[in-house]
Write a protein that binds this ligand. Structure first.
Ligand code: 6R9
Length: 639
């Protein structure tokens, strides 16, 4: 029976009226009006252009978000207050009084209008074996899972930990939690058993959902075994639901529940729970620079609204498009732009199980051709890796379906940006460098390609999204560098699970009255933003503050080629930045300590250089633990 649910069917995606309206608007060219930048905006009388709409969104924030929330979301009962926020206490509340169900917004309403539209394309590890799941099928999977969770004793307000690679059952698990009012805690299925155990314990989950094995880059990974090890140290866990990703059997204990078998016994109808706007939707842990990882809390309505709006406008997503975000679902990017944003918009979204180089460095672009991907969203670390392999791997494939290219996770250096634009996008697709964080819930600064007038400068995140009011505040050494946001927006995190004080201290105390992002940024005279990296990674040389991004932009390629002498590196830095910026000390390593999402853990490097290797902080998100040992031993040898 499972097979019939999994069997992919080729569907003709219906082109809705909406799409035709947009085509007309585009034909009108420069004489576009407000309806072409935001159809919802007809409610904002008197506002007639894109920048006017932005101003309205920040100056009349209640009217803006109130109208958008009424139009974009399906409510069970209407909200009475748009926002009730006080940064001094870290109090953030949106759409109070309103009740809704997130899974209904992501599934049921699309099943009513287009049940056979493809919701998910599961791009499995082996190219050409993708599986398509329609909205009707995804609703069915979600309901069965919701009923199973209830049968297993999961109640409204509980938190379910999900340790699965990107796959339809992982998405159905997230939505099943949302349907029955439980929160989810997705843990990246590459984290160690200790990292998983830490997160299960902090979230106090009684239920874990996993798969027997994962498959990535041609390798089989024993995920269930990692869960077994983790739950030994998690007294809260009462059951582990195990889905079968491969045909290999794994040892099952009394605690384990065979997921497919049990969900097939359940009904395909599961009554959605009416949730308050501010009930918890999920926890997501991000590494803290010191101490334990932080379980950031996102709630129902505001988060859903914000991801849906940003997905629609930042990527210029239209009905019928295929959206390809190659992130993992265990990262906020996966939550917001694989699952919630695209599904809320009735989109078709890709779940990428593989790696950028499996079976070869043409994988992304072969997939773009085969699936007809229209918006591609990836990380600079992968773009830089692929660039090294040359243009042919890209040019071998037809990429004419592509309309927008997105970048996220770290600053994209100029060469990578140019290559992405010129080679991948054939110079015709806007590259949107999107700045945001787990804490912000969705994209906050991006070029906004849906604005036909918008200029895009390579390597710049450019402009704030609707409702986002950035402020650059003085740091200890330099004026106007610390990126803050001066008013609330619906997508922002509400607290750190069980640590509200840490939440207010981290984000609201450094600059009273502002949300502090921890990143540094510059603003050009045109008002465009450029992100320069984490402020705590800034290097202070003779009173000059240097962003790590700026330095890395100069040396990055040489480092990869590994055949460049220290002297040449110094000359380059001195030529491109200044003599004072030249490093005194250069250590060549095989690879830098990075997180799974490709961010260099510079705080760890700093500790090594300071010889404080006993205080490396939270290393649970580290991709390759050996990299730290190599840096430490190499550093000892050199000094
Ligand atoms: C979405 C995500 C957040 C941190 C953020 C910043 C860095 C993300 C960026 C970027 C420069 C961009 N970052 N996007 N820096 N340009 N376009 O990555 O969330 O994992 O929480 O990381 O990533 O430093 O503060 P998260």
């Amino acid at each position: 029976m499972m097979c019939s649910l999994w069997r992919g069917s080729l569907l003709t995606l219906t082109s809705s009226l909406n799409r035709r309206v947009f085509q007309c608007c585009r034909q009108l060219g420069r004489s576009y009006n407000i309806a072409s930048c935001m159809p919802e905006a007809v409610a904002f009388q008197g506002v007639s252009d894109h920048s006017g709409l932005y101003k309205f969104s920040v100056n009349e924030s209640d009217r803006f978000w109130g109208a958008v929330a009424r139009q974009r979301l399906s409510w069970i009962s209407p909200f009475h207050t748009v926002q009730n926020c006080d940064f001094s206490q870290g109090k953030i509340k949106w759409f109070e009084g309103g009740k809704l169900n997130v899974s209904v917004n992501c599934l049921d309403r699309h099943v009513q209008t287009c049940p056979e539209r493809v919701a998910l394309i599961w791009e499995r590890d082996e190219p050409g074996t993708e599986v398509k799941i329609t909205y009707r099928q995804l609703l069915e999977l979600t309901c069965r899972l919701g009923n199973l969770l209830k049968r297993q004793g999961v109640r409204r307000g509980d938190c379910v930990t999900i340790y699965m690679p990107p796959c339809p059952l992982a998405v159905a698990s997230m939505l099943a939690c949302a349907r029955i009012g439980a929160a989810h805690n997705v843990v990246f299925a590459g984290f160690s058993s200790e990292a998983l155990a830490d997160r299960i314990r902090d979230a106090q989950s009684s239920t874990v959902i996993t798969v027997n094995q994962g498959v990535r880059g041609g390798k089989v990974v024993d995920l269930k075994r990692t869960v077994d090890q983790a739950v030994q140290n998690c007294p809260s866990v009462q059951q582990v639901l195990v889905a079968m990703r491969t045909e290999n059997t794994v040892a099952m204990t009394d605690r384990d529940v065979p997921l497919e078998e049990e969900m097939m016994k359940e009904d395909v109808v599961c009554e959605p729970v009416a949730m308050d706007s501010e009930d918890v939707l999920f926890l997501l842990y991000t590494s803290g620079s010191t101490g334990k990882p932080k379980g950031l809390v996102h709630t129902q309505a505001g988060y859903l609204l914000y991801t849906s709006l940003t997905h629609r406008y930042v990527f210029n997503y239209h009905d019928g498009d295929v959206f390809g975000c190659v992130a993992d679902i265990g990262w906020i990017t996966g939550h917001s732009y694989i699952v919630y944003g695209p599904l809320c918009n009735g989109g078709t979204t890709v779940l990428f199980e593989s790696t950028p180089v499996y079976p070869n460095p043409g994988r992304y672009w072969e997939m773009v051709e085969r699936l007809g991907i229209n918006q591609f969203y990836g990380a600079p670390t992968a773009i830089r890796l692929l660039l090294k392999y040359g243009d042919e791997w890209v040019q071998n494939y037809n990429r004419s379906s592509l309309k927008t290219l997105g970048s996220v996770g770290e600053p994209i250096n100029t060469e990578a940006w140019e290559w992405y634009h010129r080679v991948v996008g054939d110079g015709r697709c806007p590259v949107v460098d999107t700045w945001w964080q787990t804490e912000t819930g969705g994209i906050c600064i991006a070029p906004r390609p849906s604005d036909p007038e918008a200029e895009i400068v390579p390597g710049m995140a450019m402009r704030p999204f609707y409702g986002i009011k950035p402020a650059l505040l003085d740091t200890e050494v330099v004026t106007g560098d610390a990126l803050c946001i001066s008013q609330a927006w619906p997508g922002m995190a509400r607290t750190i699970h069980n640590h509200h004080q840490r939440f207010t201290e981290t984000y609201f105390h450094p600059y009273p009255g502002f949300f502090f992002t921890g990143d540094g940024a510059h603003r050009s005279k045109e008002g465009y933003y450029q992100i320069v990296g984490r402020l705590d990674d800034v290097i202070n040389v003779s009173g000059h503050r240097l962003g790590t991004a700026e330095l890395e932009d100069v040396v990055i390629y040489l480092m990869v080629e590994e055949d460049v002498l220290a002297q040449q590196l110094r000359e380059m830095v001195s030529r491109s930045i200044a003599k004072y910026a030249c490093p005194d000390f250069i250590q060549v390593v095989r690879c830098l300590p990075k997180t799974r999402s490709g961010k260099i853990m510079r705080r760890v490097l700093r500790k090594v250089v300071e010889r404080n290797t006993d205080e490396l902080g939270d290393l649970s998100t580290l991709d390759d633990p050996d990299s730290v040992h190599e840096v430490i031993s190499g550093h000892r040898r050199l000094c």
